[in-house]
Design a protein around this ligand. Structure first.
Ligand code: AMP
Ligand code: ZN
Length: 466
């Protein structure tokens, strides 16, 4: 398996800490609102990563946190808690918001046919672990108390910016002065491990701690939850590129300071879904694009998954309805073709193996999904029987997860359904006029077989899907 590693800026051969195993961690959603389809692009690409590792024979364990406390409206420890903002917006409690949007997130996850992580852990379930890690960091001299909060001291590290691998001085300049108004910090890049005091005092969820009643900073949860479930060595850590700094940079700082040794070897980052002339898709930019909205507009969520799989995860992907329409048509065409492959006959195992290997080679080459599709389309053209093709499609779909062997619903097969039905109604009216009642009945039955019921009313012929 070859994988691009943000930490080295190179495509590297994957070598797990433990032979044959892959310990994978994913930064989960901040559950203060629905996930937009940009967030979901990251999760789709991570799902492809996990399924490729499984396809290549690794024993995968994937852990995901749920951020239900501590993520402020700016990633740099300033502003209001996002969860509290969500609760105010919907006139309810933080726990209720967390519950509502965690469920909504996994409903989308399911619609996009993603594999559930092996462990899902909300931050609020791990407060004792956070407190323990912060105590150790204080003991070791990596943290300090100031203004009733606890901070991580980034000056204690030789290479704080290791992940972004840039000139440390350049990056220091890049830290915006206006964002960070916290005068308690000794260094601009220091970050909060535990708050007991912020400008926003109305925090709803607070816990007792050795430093007073308060709540954790954002980054501590991923270090603690990762170490809790995957042990002291993690193989791959995933997230969107916006997580590289400060979130993942801070995770490395505190985890390695806590453990006293290197922590995670490979850093996997998905580039953003972008909107033309607007840049990164976010919850506040223009139309709030969710899976439910796409469904309301008549798209199959899996058409969006297909759309994401056509481009490489390390490139920005521009969203537009025009491209989604094209992708949706291509997806339906493909699925119609693959789901109609007959299972009759004997599978040619040699040909199957040949294509399976080609597919694995494409995917294990830093997740080259578009090459994977080339293998799939070549397989459909190969000189073998349907049963062999069917087995290949079934196998590739372990990674693609596009339900390629499931027949499409009738309305999806025919995007011109309405035109089709109206033409049939017209034909039936003509048959009736010609007193060819057998033909008229046959047309009604033909529509019924496609899930369309027609009814003669005084206003004319009405039809509906059943
Ligand atoms: P959040 O719920 O804000 O913590 O984000 C969840 C995940 O979505 C993180 O891994 C982000 O890096 C990622 N993300 C946020 N915006 C985008 C976007 N426009 N395209 C792709 N991934 C994104
Ligand atoms: Zn995280």
């Amino acid at each position: 398996m070859r994988l691009y590693n943000t930490a080295s800026r190179l495509i590297e051969e994957f070598k797990p800490h433990e032979e044959g195993k892959a310990a994978i961690y994913t930064c989960g959603p901040t559950v203060y609102h629905f996930a937009h389809i940009g967030n979901l692009r990251s999760y789709i690409c991570e799902d492809v990563l996990v399924k490729t590792m499984l396809y290549a024979g690794y024993d995968v364990k994937r852990v995901m946190n749920i951020t239900d406390v501590g993520h402020l409206s700016s990633d740099a420890d300033t502003g209001e808690d996002k969860m509290l903002k969500g609760a105010k917006r919907e006139h309810t409690t933080v726990l209720d918001i967390a519950d509502r949007y965690t469920k909504a997130f996994f409903a989308d996850f399911n619609k996009l046919n993603m594999r559930m992580p092996d462990v899902v852990e909300p931050a609020t379930h791990c407060i004792p672990e956070f407190i323990n890690m912060i105590e150790v960091l204080l003991d070791k001299g990596y943290a300090y108390q100031a203004g009733e909060n606890v901070y991580f001291d980034t000056s204690k590290l030789d290479k704080y910016y290791r992940l972004s691998n840039q000139n440390e001085d350049d990056l220091k300049v890049g830290v915006r002065d206006d964002v960070d108004e916290d005068t308690n910090k000794r260094n601009k890049t220091d970050f909060v491990l535990w708050f007991t005091k912020s400008k926003f005092d109305d925090q709803e969820l607070k816990w007792d701690s050795p430093w007073g009643k308060g709540y954790p900073g954002w980054h501590i949860e991923c270090s603690c939850i990762g170490i809790k479930h995957l042990g002291e060595y993690m193989d791959i850590h995933c997230g969107g590129v916006d997580n590289i700094f400060p979130h993942h940079t801070n995770e490395i700082a505190q985890s390695e300071a806590f453990l006293g040794h290197p922590w995670c070897r490979y850093w996997f980052h998905v580039h953003h879904l972008v909107e033309k002339d607007k840049g990164k898709m976010s919850k506040s930019s223009g139309e709030f694009l969710t899976v439910s909205l796409l469904e309301e507009k008549g798209y199959d969520p899996l058409a969006y998954r297909y759309f994401c799989l056509q481009s490489h995860y390390r490139k920005p992907l521009e969203f537009s309805y025009e491209v989604l329409d094209q992708m949706s048509d291509a997806y339906k065409k493909l699925r119609k073709r693959t789901s109609e492959l007959s299972a009759d006959g004997e599978v040619d195992e040699a040909v199957f193996e040949e294509y399976r290997n080609k597919f694995e080679e494409a995917l294990t080459d830093d997740l080259n999904t578009s090459s994977g599709f080339t293998v799939l389309y070549d397989a459909l053209k190969a000189d073998v029987n349907d049963a062999t093709k069917r087995k290949m499609v079934e196998s590739f779909d372990e990674v693609f997860s596009l339900k390629l062997l499931e027949p499409l619903a009738v309305e999806a097969v025919d995007s011109d359904l309405e035109a089709f039905v109206l033409a049939k109604i017209e034909e039936r009216a003509q048959a009736k006029k010609d007193k060819d009642f057998a033909k008229a009945d046959a047309i009604r039955d033909e529509l019924l077989a496609k899930g369309i019921a027609i009814k003669d009313t005084r206003e004319g012929v009405k039809w509906e899907k059943i």
